[in-house]
Design a protein around this ligand. Structure first.
Ligand SMILES: C[S@@+](CC[C@H](N)C(=O)[O-])C[C@H]1O[C@@H](n2cnc3c(N)ncnc32)[C@H](O)[C@@H]1O
Length: 346
């Protein structure tokens, strides 16, 4: 068994296990064929040139904004700008990743019982919504592991012909997916970029050192467990628009970026993925899926998640944006709560 007090509690002998800790799931399993078919659906569009917006429709816009955004706009008498909205989002979201969920659930239940004794409907409603949020977070993030989804992400990222790749992560936040890629492609050099400083100083800095990423041992070709401090990572705090890299990356990655830009800006965002890519390099993108359960999630978690403009889209819509911006779609699919694309420039 592993010792959770150890700095690196998991090693090669734990490959295949999953374990729930108070904040997140540890998942060192690979997908069985049955699970693969349930959680991963790859390459459903045979020919991207045959798709049209008329056929696929446009994304769904999430319009329930957080209380913080509404209060800020009322106070400042203007629409909240994207940079400010990200600073609010990152703080609110990070607070959920560091919750001890079972303990918080107990507290929330006690709070609810207390609120009942107050006979004040507003207090009772508030306590109930706290319970609903915690239950949903517990299910989506901790039980289902839908947000990090290491098995789905590995299915999307696997099989690229790359040795010691240079990886650029645009809008990196806590940097999870670049670390998963780094574990899968040994010797990777990772550059993370986010213009919200809090992402570097807190979200990434506090990402658990003990979290095990499943990757490959280049010497043996078998699985190995990799930790954050074993990866080669540089974190830049800046606007993507200010980067002065050349075409020097094998992978340019974004996770949850494209859907935050209305259509008139999407070609620019697509271009961010092309500008720094070597010839033959891969642009990898994921965005949240347009499905009923995601709509419910963004409604219940509005105060945590909805400071920014946000769309939910299908993988066909996502692929068409990138195809129309001059990318070939090599792999596309659905994982648990996200769509994923692996593309190359045409
Ligand atoms: C939705 S988050 C990515 C999702 C992430 N996996 C998470 O857990 O929050 C998008 C990130 O992109 C960053 N971002 C947005 N526009 C940017 C820009 N122009 N330059 C740099 N970072 C940007 C935001 O600060 C935010 O941290």
């Amino acid at each position: 068994m592993f010792n959770s007090l150890q700095q690196k509690p998991y090693s090669k002998e734990h490959v295949g296990i999953t374990h729930l800790n108070p904040q997140y799931r540890v998942d060192l399993r690979s997908l069985s064929e049955k699970e693969y078919n349930k959680f991963v659906s790859i390459n459903t569009v045979p020919d991207w040139s045959q798709l049209s917006w008329k056929k696929v429709g446009k994304p769904y816009e999430v319009t329930t904004y957080s209380k913080e955004r509404k209060d800020w706009e009322e106070h400042n008498e203007r629409t909240m700008d994207p940079h400010t909205s990200w600073t609010y989002f990152n703080k609110a979201f990070h607070e959920w990743f560091i919750k001890d969920v079972p303990e918080e659930k107990n507290k929330a239940k006690k709070h609810f019982v207390k609120s009942l004794r107050s006979f004040r409907p507003r207090e009772i409603k508030h306590a109930l919504s706290g319970i609903a949020q915690l239950q949903l977070w517990n299910y989506v993030h901790r039980i289902q592991d839908g947000i990090w989804d290491p098995r789905g992400k590995r299915a999307l990222f696997e099989g690229l012909r790359l040795q010691k790749p240079r990886i650029l992560f645009l809008g990196a936040a806590e940097g999870y997916e670049a670390m998963q890629l780094g574990a899968m492609y040994p010797g990777a050099e990772i550059v993370m970029v986010d213009y919200d400083e809090y992402c570097k100083t807190t979200r990434f800095a506090e990402f658990p050192e003990t979290y095990p990423f499943l990757g490959e041992n280049p010497r043996t070709g078998s699985w190995q467990v990799i930790y954050k401090d074993e990866l080669n990572i540089e974190y830049i705090v800046d606007d993507v628009r200010n980067l002065d890299f050349g075409k020097e990356f094998d992978i340019v990655l974004s996770v949850g970026l494209l859907e935050h830009f209305p259509d008139e800006y999407k070609p620019e965002v697509a271009d961010w993925h092309r500008r720094f890519l070597k010839d033959g390099g891969y642009a990898i993108l994921t965005t949240p899926r347009n499905q009923i359960r995601s709509k419910l999630y963004y409604r219940v978690m509005a105060d945590v998640m909805n400071h920014t403009y946000r769309e939910l889209m299908t993988v066909e819509q996502m692929g068409l944006y990138m195809y129309e911006s001059g990318f070939n779609i090599l792999r596309h699919g659905y994982i648990k709560v996200h769509n994923g694309l692996v593309c190359q420039t045409r």
